[in-house]
Design a protein around this ligand. Structure first.
Ligand code: AQP
Length: 325
């Protein structure tokens, strides 16, 4: 299968991005043709600092590599290096109804979050994402829960294009992890963990052991003191149990048994150790890659040239079908 997925280089990738998306990518690259993108054109739809963008792109690439994406197997590249993404997005905009875009949850949430920054790019974001996916004739898109609606729209757009102009695109499906598709904020377990939220609400993949310890120990928990998985009654502890389970491969029932009769404090201390140990190779690899900018840029250049070959072929077909060539 051809797989495509991407992450916005908006700084500080967190454990939600890892458990919801990147962890699935690693498993998939063994037996599929994978294209993993750093979607900088999406990053500029919300407030950002142009001086930080290149640094964030390299940092996101470092996360991909530290997590285990193999550049010899998978294509890793920066979205803006392949101009066909923007071209296809424009063409697809001409067949996307405004109404479909207006009902997208992310658009509504981000518009609320950034009232002074509601731009046309933010509104058209899902069309650019459809272009990212369709450009590579992608069959499956591994994402977290919050992006499922956008992949569904990409399917609708593919169907519409094929009906109107003739068959070009497969209809992509989203692939969500069974557990971990929506890791919640540490400070408000009713909200999803988000990069652009308060740093205390997320565990960044490159956080120091001290910061991880502090954030977990002060994570919002629920009334009572039993360590029990119950999303409705104990959303805070359930979120922490999910993280513990995903990082250790143990079931939540098994973890509950271990902490029976102990309080939240003991559980949080143990979780902090699990997270610190799990992320140790990420911190090490990041340090190593910080001194190897040339190597990282070379991976991105090679990836862009492989991506471009596929993208150009698709665009020739699209231009012909649409009467533009
Ligand atoms: N909390 C989460 N739990 C599970 N998966 C998540 N993802 C994001 N948050 C969680 C998945 O990570 C991938 C990359 O997301 P993105 O950076 O492109 O944009 P996002 O979904 O908007 O992520 P953030 O962290 O909330 O970023 P900002 O604050 O910049 O908007 C996607 O597959 C996403 O589903």
């Amino acid at each position: 299968m051809r797989i495509f997925s991407g992450i916005r280089p908006t700084g500080g990738l967190h454990i939600g991005n890892y458990l919801g998306a990147i962890k699935q990518w690693i498993a998939m690259q063994e037996s599929n043709e994978c294209v993993f993108c750093i979607v900088d054109l999406h990053a500029i739809t919300t407030p950002y600092d142009p001086k930080e963008l290149q640094k964030n792109i390299l940092e996101t690439t470092a996360v991909y590599l530290a997590a285990g994406i193999n550049p010899d197997k998978s294509v890793i590249f920066v979205q803006s290096a392949v101009k066909e993404h923007a071209e296809l997005a424009w063409l697809l905009e001409t067949i996307t109804p405004m109404g479909e875009l207006g009902r997208m949850t992310q658009y509504k949430e981000k518009s609320k979050q950034h009232k002074d920054y509601i731009n046309a790019g933010l509104f058209a974001y899902p069309v650019l994402m459809a272009a990212d996916i369709l450009l590579y004739k992608t069959q499956a898109v591994p994402v977290g829960k919050d992006q499922e609606q956008h992949v569904e729209l990409a399917r609708t757009i593919a169907k519409k294009f094929n009906q109107k102009f003739g068959q070009v695109f497969p209809e992509p499906e989203s692939i969500l992890p069974k557990v971990g598709a929506k890791i919640m904020s540490l400070t408000d377990p009713k909200k999803k963990m988000s990069k652009s939220d308060d740093p205390k609400s997320c565990i960044s993949l490159f956080d120091s052991p001290e910061d991880i310890q502090k954030k977990i120990m002060s994570a919002e928990t629920d009334s009572g003191k039993e360590v029990i998985y119950n999303v409705t009654k104990k959303p805070g502890i359930s979120n922490l149990l999910t993280i513990y389970s995903l990082l250790t491969g143990r079931t939540t029932q098994d973890i509950e048994k271990e902490f029976k009769g102990k309080g939240y404090g003991d559980f949080k201390k143990a979780l902090a150790k699990v997270v610190i140990d799990y992320l140790e190779p990420f911190r090490r690899k990041q340090k190593e890659l910080q001194t190897r900018d040339v190597y990282v840029k070379d991976i991105l250049d090679k990836g862009a040239s492989r991506a471009k070959t596929i993208a150009e072929t698709t665009m020739q077909e699209v231009r012909q079908k649409m009467g533009l060539a």
